[in-house]
Every structure is written in structure tokens, then in C-alpha cells.
Design a binder for this molecule. Sequence first.
Ligand SMILES: [Zn+2]
Length: 241
Amino acid sequence: MKHLAAHLPWPRIKALAHSNAWALLPIGSTEAHGPHLPLNVDVVIAQEVCSRVSSSLETVEFPPVTYSLTDFAAPFAGTVSVPAETAKAMLVAIIRGIGHAGFTQVCVVNHHLEPAHFKVVHAAALEASSPSFRVVVPDHRRKPTGPLLGDEFMHGGSHAGAYETSLMLAAAPHLVDEDARRALPSLSVDLPAAIKAGATNFLEAGGADAYFGAPAAASAEEGNRLFDIITAATLDAMRRR
Ligand SMILES: [Zn+2]
């Protein structure tokens, strides 16, 4: 069962922390996600994963981190990027702050997949953890989970393509502009290869509308299938010792 930390008074938080509940910290970004999705896609996905994980565990979900390092979407309106050092200092403080309530374990549920950002999350988790405070960062890009999420996901089309759009159709369909989505031509760009070749943002990588992959091929059914895989992988990481 999920409790929302923001809605509880401190004695309840303290009691839940001391009952060995898991703290959850969803992390997303505020960044352009194509002409069919809102800026908060990564936050919506992270919070949905927190909800699904909580159907089999007692959890306390903290308010999400909504501003992150997001340089790749920087050329597009609405994207707000935070420098790596600032983002890391903020994350370390937030994770330690959660620990101060008495939680012994926190799962950092990150769904903003920009490599430089994920590096910041891993580094912050390491710095904030201690022998009495376990900080888990599931990373669904890695094997064996990544390949299960499909070819588009593995080859860099995970930004606002069929992968993220399907997750949004499953979690928050009211936030998807269906007319815009259906009209988008598929755009297959190997993002990791483009980055290696020197691209420093989505525009330079060939994504003139801040999306890659095939949004038109997305479906809620596929989104639920993807959420099942991500939820299982997240629970696995939490249970691993
Ligand atoms: Zn995203």
C-alpha cells in the first residue's frame, strides 16, 4: 500500500519509517517530449511505477524531483535544465533528508534516462547511503530488463517514441495529444551512435520536434506490458541484497 508523504503529518511519517516501510523517491525532469506529450512525462512514469510497486509493498512516496540535468532537450521551449553539480547536491540532500525520518531503505525511481543525468543519480545515491541507510537505484536500461523493453528502447528511440508514449497512454491518457501523436511520422535515429558522432542535443541528433521512434505505433496495451516489466525489475532491485 502506498502512502503519500506530502499528505501526512510528521508523526505518521515517523511511525511508517520505524515500521520498516520503503521510502520511494520518484525522479523525472521538466523537458520537451515531442509535439504530442507534456513536459512532465518522466515524472508521470516515475510516479506510476511507484504506485505499481506499492501494490505489493508498504511504501511512503515522497514528492517527486521534477527539475534535473536535461541538456539534450535544451533547445526546446519549456525545458529547464539544472547543472550536474547543483542537481547532485540537491539529490544528496533530498535522499539524506528522507533518511533523517528514520527510514532504513529508500528506492530512487528515476525515469529521466539522459545518460549524464542517470550518472548524477547513481553518484548521489552512493554519497547519501550509509551502512544503516540503503539507497537502491533500479536501472532498467541494463540487462536483462533493457532488451525486454523492445528494439526502439535499446537503440535510443526511447525519447517520446512508442516506448514513452505507450507508458503515457497507460498512465495518463488525458495528457497525450492524440491528433498530434497519430500524425507523427516514425523517425528512427540511433541516438547512442549520434551522441558518439558528436551530437550534444536532440536537434543535432536529427530530432527536430524533440521525439524519436514511432509515437503513432504506441498503445495503452503496450504501455501496460512495459509497466509490468519495469515494475518487476524495480521490485527485483529492491529485494536484492
Ligand atoms: Zn522522457
